[in-house]
Design a protein around this ligand. Structure first.
Ligand code: CTP
Ligand code: MG
Length: 408
């Protein structure tokens, strides 16, 4: 047995977490496949790597099994059966997770070990081959890329202290490749001296005085650290995929119209026979007005009066679906989607209940969303206030809109 790989996947991925994420980044899917699985597949497919030890969080057994399941049944199944060792648990720091992985493969007695971050799924066979070639001559090798940005040293106030000569600077990546007995001993020594926070394994080798040799990496072998990295990774895998709509916005709308002489009120696009009509510049659809404002509120794009001033004669008698369609157009232009609408109509009369299904269908149709995303409720105000005195009708609405993430 000559070469083993350790894939560390025991981190919590705190910097990459969106509020909606319940799992760490290595278990998130990019391009429909878990990050950890993508990483693992590269090592399974490499002929020179004979054993693979994944290091996971102590609570992640189920997540791990689910993530790697496709590798056990797909084209790499025979490789997986031959190479993949049962996972072991990591520790509080990456350094301890690596040490646990190194200890776990003692029985395998490898000559070499490649230590790799699960969060670097774009590792290629070319880089693995470079590492393995370099190990023939060096005890410690580090995949790295030359720094391309100009680097500044900055003080606590954000003022630049100096520009550092970047010609000698490299960014460390993984794999970091070692003579196995050497790196095991170096890690054990660091741990025994209560040093637990080396952020990579080359630092541990440097600490014991071993020269570390640079192996050329690639900018695409990036570590997925932030949410932006995950979005970029998705685009790398699937350049035409739409951005996920994870920016959730909520808006509220409120409207009131007074009764006037007439025979029907229009609410939610439905005419309801009544002893009065609603007074207004347009068709006075108090429900659609509240919904329109809720949607505009969610995308912070003014209100109905901003876009359709009552002073403008062209909106006289206008059917209010026009206003709502315009708000929906604004959502679509932002690449967003309307998730749901919840409306409450406040009046003593007419009775709303019998018209609720028609109203929901009408609103769903105007907004081009399914009816189960539209809720219409009604209440009286116990004869209190203007609605209680039957002077008019009020409507409240809430809308949830999902927008693509944007850089703030
Ligand atoms: N890692 C680990 N054990 C730890 C910490 C990190 O196995 N205690 C692993 C991560 O799962 C990741 C790699 O080390 O694959 C690189 O670490 P990093 O990118 O910092 O990941 P996290 O520590 O999970 O993320 P964060 O620092 O944002 O919380
Ligand atoms: Mg970390």
């Amino acid at each position: 047995m000559t070469c083993a790989a350790i894939i560390v996947a025991a981190g919590s991925g705190s910097r990459a977490r969106r509020t909606s994420d319940t799992v760490a980044k290595q278990y998130l899917e990019i391009g429909g496949k878990a990050v950890l699985l993508r990483t693992l597949e590269q090592f399974l497919a490499n002929d020179q790597v004979e054993r693979i030890q994944v290091v996971i969080g102590p609570e992640d057994d189920t997540l791990y099994s689910a993530a790697i399941a496709p590798a056990l049944s797909g084209p790499l199944a025979t490789h997986a059966q031959a190479k993949l060792l049962p996972p072991v648990y990591g520790g509080d720091t990456r350094q301890i997770s690596v040490l646990n992985g190194l200890e776990a493969i003692k029985m395998e007695d490898p000559h070499y070990v490649l230590i790799h971050d699960a969060a670097r799924p774009f590792i290629t066979d070319t880089i693995l081959a470079r590492c393995l070639a370099s190990l023939k001559e060096h005890k410690a090798c580090l995949v790295a890329t030359p720094v391309t940005d100009t680097i500044k040293k900055v003080n606590a106030e954000g003022a630049i202290l100096e520009t550092i000569d970047r010609s000698t600077l490299w960014s460390a990546q993984t794999p970091q490749a070692f003579d196995y007995p050497f790196i095991l001993q170096a890690h054990e020594k660091a741990f025994s001296q209560k040093l637990h926070n080396f952020t990579d394994d080359a630092s541990v080798a440097e600490w014991v005085g071993e020269p570390v040799h640079i192996v050329e990496g690639s900018p695409s072998n990036r570590k997925l650290t932030s949410q932006e990295d995950l979005t970029m990774a998705e685009t790398m895998i699937n350049p035409t995929a739409p951005h996920p709509l994870t920016d959730i916005r909520v808006g509220t709308g409120y409207d009131v119209h007074a009764f006037d002489e007439g025979e029907a009120v229009i609410i939610g696009g439905i005419a309801i026979p009544h002893s009065h009509k609603l007074k207004g510049h347009s068709d006075a659809d108090v429900g659609l007005h509240a919904i329109t404002d809720a949607i505009l509120g969610a995308i912070a794009d003014g209100d109905i009066g901003t876009h359709f001033p009552p002073s403008d004669p062209q909106w006289k008698g206008a059917a209010s679906d026009l206003f709502l369609k315009d708000a929906m157009r604004r959502v679509t232009e932002r690449g967003g989607k309307l998730s749901n609408i919840d409306m409450t109509i406040i009046c003593e009369a007419p009775k709303i209940g019998p018209h609720r299904p028609a109203m929901r269908a009408s609103i769903a149709q105007i907004c081009q969303i399914s009816i189960d995303r539209v809720s219409v409720k009604a209440t009286t105000s116990e004869r209190l206030g203007f609605t209680g005195r039957k002077e008019g009708i009020a409507a409240l609405a809430t809308a949830t809109v999902r927008l693509p993430e944007q850089d703030d």
